[in-house]
Structures are given as C-alpha cells and as structure tokens.
Design a protein around this ligand. Structure first.
Ligand code: G1P
Length: 289
C-alpha cells in the first residue's frame, strides 16, 4: 500500500440552496470567481499538491462540471481557426489537468454519504477530500500543507481555522491540543454545535485527508445534524480507534458558497489580477461609501 496521497474526492452533488436562484439549474461549483469556476480553483490546488487522480461526486443537473473538464470540440475548432492560440491553450489545458472520473450520488443524503461514494475509487489508499466552495488562497497550496502533516504523523488530517462568535455553529468544531505550531491532535469533534456547546473556536474547513477505514464508519453512521449523514460524525467514531490531526492553514479561506463570502472572494481575487486589478481598484476607490 502506497503512503502517498495520489487521489482526491470532490463532493459536488449538493443542491446549493445557499445560492438560489443562481443554483436552480446550474451547479454552484461552476460559479466563477472573476472568470474561473470554483471547482477549478480546488482542482488546481489538488494537482499542485501532487494529486494525480480525481473523483467528482456529482448529481443531477451537474453535467456542466463534466463538460468543463472535457474537450470542447467546437470551441477548440473555432479558436484554432481564428488563430487564438492563447485561448485555445487555456481551454485545452483544463481538459488535461488530471485524470478525472465521475460518480453520481443519487440522493443528497449528506457529506458523509457523498464521500462514501468514493469507496471503490479509494481502494485501500488514504485520499484527500476537497469541498469546492471553500476556496483557500494560499502561497503553498492548502492541501500540500496538509499532506506534509499527514506524512509526518501518518494519520488522518483535517483543516481548521479560528472562527469568532456565533458563526462557529455553522461548522464542524474540534476539541484539540496544539502539538506544534498550527498542528493539533484532535480529542473530539462535533458537527454544527450551538454556540454554547462548541468545544472551541476551531472550525473544520473543507479539506480532509482520510484513510480507507473511514468507509466502514460512514456505513455505520446514523443521520446527524440537518438529518444528514455527516462526515464529522463518522470521523468522531473513528477517533475512538485512531489518532486524528488538524492543521491551521496558512492562507485565506473564503466561503464562496455563501453570497457574502462569494462577493468578498470575488473582490479579493479581482484585485490580485494583473489584467484587471488596477482598473478595479480605481473603480472601488471612486465609490462614495
Ligand atoms: C461541511 C462540514 C462541516 C465543515 C464545513 C466547512 O458543512 O459538514 O463540518 O465545517 O463543511 O465548509 P457544510 O458547509 O457543507 O454544511
């Protein structure tokens, strides 16, 4: 069994109810930050972290994701004919980004259930899970940071960040001891606790490195918060049998699946663009706020 993290799973079957009406007939994973769909940011993160093979767990209405990572025959033909080489290269590169396969989660029964759909794909290897609406803007790719912790401790790793106040109840929350700067050994975890019951201010964010023993736990996990099969509950059960670590990521995490978070991420990414940043900054400064 290889110890290398080569595979990544992208749960993308969710209904995107936080972003209606845009997500009524279009996948939330295809919402663009400036000009690139959310899911492409995290696929690029995975590839830049050493991932070779990707499984996207989709559902009905999600075919634009498959089309995005496929060859676009007509578009490529026209771009080539018109001599738009740069655009052609850009479009073709997306189709060659990684080995991507797809499976369907037929019912939106929760994140744990979505990850369970990757059981055959993972075979007997540890694997990564990335939630595309958590976009992490970081110099060293977020998943790479986690893989380094996985390789050191040889145990599952989840990403965490500090969340102030009541907002903590929108997350999975860990109770943990810091074992080295920004690395924690987890003692307990709970999905979407009330503010009063939250064991700490350390929220789980949408990056995980899991081991294949998680699948048996998911299969034995009852519905939890929101009536869904939660990955946090399955990890909590597995925590009784093996160690889990968490890493506070270097970088900025955006919740791009939320309307305000999406707007903030859009502004941040636009300001960083060489082709747009300067004009956009000028425009923002001209606003009389
Ligand atoms: C999921 C997880 C939760 C985690 C969050 C991070 O929740 O269940 O533990 O804190 O992602 O974005 P969701 O946002 O899908 O409700």
């Amino acid at each position: 069994m290889t110890n290398k993290i080569r595979k990544a799973v992208f749960p993308a079957a969710g209904l995107g109810t936080r972003f209606l009406p845009a997500t009524k007939a279009s996948p939330k994973e295809m919402l663009p930050l400036v000009d690139k769909p959310l899911i492409q940011y995290s696929v690029e993160e995975a590839v830049n972290s050493g991932i070779e093979s990707i499984l996207i767990v989709t559902g009905r209405e999600k075919s634009p994701i498959e089309n995005h990572f496929d060859i676009s025959f007509e578009l490529e033909h026209i771009l080539r004919e018109k001599g738009k080489t740069e655009m052609f290269d850009q479009v073709r590169a997306i189709a060659n980004i990684a080995r991507i396969s797809y499976t369907r989660q037929q019912q939106a029964l929760g994140l744990g259930h979505a990850i369970l759909q990757a059981k055959d794909f993972a075979e007997n290897e540890a694997f990564a899970v990335l939630l595309a609406d958590d976009v992490v803007d970081a110099e060293k790719p977020a998943l790479r940071q986690m893989i380094e912790v996985y390789e050191k401790y040889n145990a599952p790793v989840i990403a965490t960040m500090q969340v102030e106040g009541e907002a903590i109840s929108r997350f999975g929350v860990i109770d943990a001891d810091e074992v080295e700067p920004d690395v924690f050994k987890i003692k307990d975890m709970v999905e979407k606790p009330s503010f009063e019951d939250a064991p700490s201010d350390l929220a789980i964010i949408g990056r995980y490195i899991l081991t294949p023993d998680i699948f048996d736990e998911i299969e034995n996990t009852e519905k939890g918060a929101g009536g869904e099969i939660q990955i946090t509950d399955a990890m909590r059960n597995l925590l009784k049998k093996r160690d889990f670590y968490a890493v506070k990521l270097q970088g900025t995490r955006h919740d791009a699946g939320d309307k305000l978070g999406f707007l903030i991420a859009t502004v941040e990414f636009a300001l960083k663009r060489h082709d747009l940043g300067e004009d956009f900054r000028k425009y923002l400064k001209s606003l009389e706020l």
